[in-house]
Design a protein around this ligand. Structure first.
Ligand code: PLP
Length: 301
């Protein structure tokens, strides 16, 4: 994996307030290995390939709508490396073709193993079994979060990002916010918008980051993967107003919450806020399929 040849754009979202909001379009880093996934995979994959495995294989874990599964499959395809996805939910084994993310991953030649939700929970055990079966493989944890991922997130920060008072990102497994926290400037505040209701995240992020400069804010709007009518309205409004698509699971919820915080006076006047667009747009297709089954409005894509 290479460093991008050009700077990732930072664009202002005009607010007509004494506060300025900008978005770093990390989603544009790669057409398919989008946003934070590119950076979380960067050192994991490059260090693995530097070891020159004779039959390279990348194994990872995820749910049926996982951006990470989609990104790893695309990475495998682009580098000519085999990939294996350990997918949560054995009920999907005969109906994965109904799922847009898995169909796309299959087109990228990812192979799947479907495991029960109970078995999936014990990923340590699953990993041990996989290590025995595939001793040469690179096994990447769910969401890609590990020490190498945190190091890769450093590339999301550069000289331009130093001038912001607040750095905002969506939080799933915590690797991205941990990297931003570890590599940000001393005067910067890091806000992580939790899209999962997981009370163990703060401890995990602190372990990964080693710094206490971050604050976690709930942004799950009813739970991970739940999409409310308000979320749909916000994402469609944002896309029409500013021409930037957001995904319904991570970036849409983060920015909706950022707007709420601005309205509530959370940010002091003259604050400069930078929100990272961490990608995830592949999820819109699957979300629209789900919404259509519920006779609900669609997300613009
Ligand atoms: C689009 C998007 N944004 C944010 C995140 C959250 O990242 P993390 O799991 O590192 O907290 C993810 C998950 O990888 C994601 O897919």
């Amino acid at each position: 994996m290479n460093l991008p040849e050009t700077l990732i754009p930072i664009v202002e979202i005009p607010l007509n307030k004494n506060i300025r909001l900008f978005i770093k379009r990390e989603d544009l880093v790669h057409p398919e290995i989008s946003g934070n996934k590119y950076w979380k995979l960067f050192y994991n994959v490059n260090n693995y390939l530097d070891r020159k495995p004779s039959h390279p294989l990348i194994i990872t874990f995820g749910g049926a709508f996982s951006n990470h599964i989609s990104a790893v499959s695309a990475l495998g395809k682009s580098l000519g490396i085999k990939t294996l996805g350990i997918i949560r939910g054995d009920e999907l084994s005969d109906k994965w073709r109904e799922n847009a993310t898995l169909t796309h991953a299959h087109e990228n030649e990812m192979e799947f193993r479907f495991v029960t939700r109970t078995a999936y929970r014990d990923k340590e055990y699953l990993t041990q079994i996989l290590e025995k079966e595939f001793p040469e493989a690179l096994i990447i944890p769910e969401g890609g979060t590990n020490e190498s991922a945190v190091k890769g997130v450093k590339h999301m920060l550069d000289d331009r990002t130093k001038s912001f008072d607040y750095l905002c990102t969506a939080v799933g497994t915590g690797g991205t916010v941990a990297g931003i926290s570890r590599f940000s400037e001393v005067n910067q505040k890091v806000l992580g918008f939790k899209v999962v209701a997981d009370s163990s995240l703060a401890k995990r992020i602190l372990e990964l980051s080693g710094r206490e400069n971050f604050q976690l804010i709930d942004a799950h709007f009813g739970g991970y993967g739940k999409i409310t009518d308000e979320n749909i309205r916000f994402i469609n409004w944002f896309s029409n107003e500013f021409g930037i698509p957001l995904d319904p699971i991570y970036t849409g919820k983060m920015l909706q919450k950022v707007f709420e915080l601005i309205d509530e006076g959370f940010f002091p006047e003259h604050s400069k806020i930078l929100a990272f667009h961490t990608g995830g747009l592949q999820g819109i297709k699957g979300a629209n399929e789900m919404l259509s089954k519920q006779n609900r409005n669609f997300l613009i894509n």
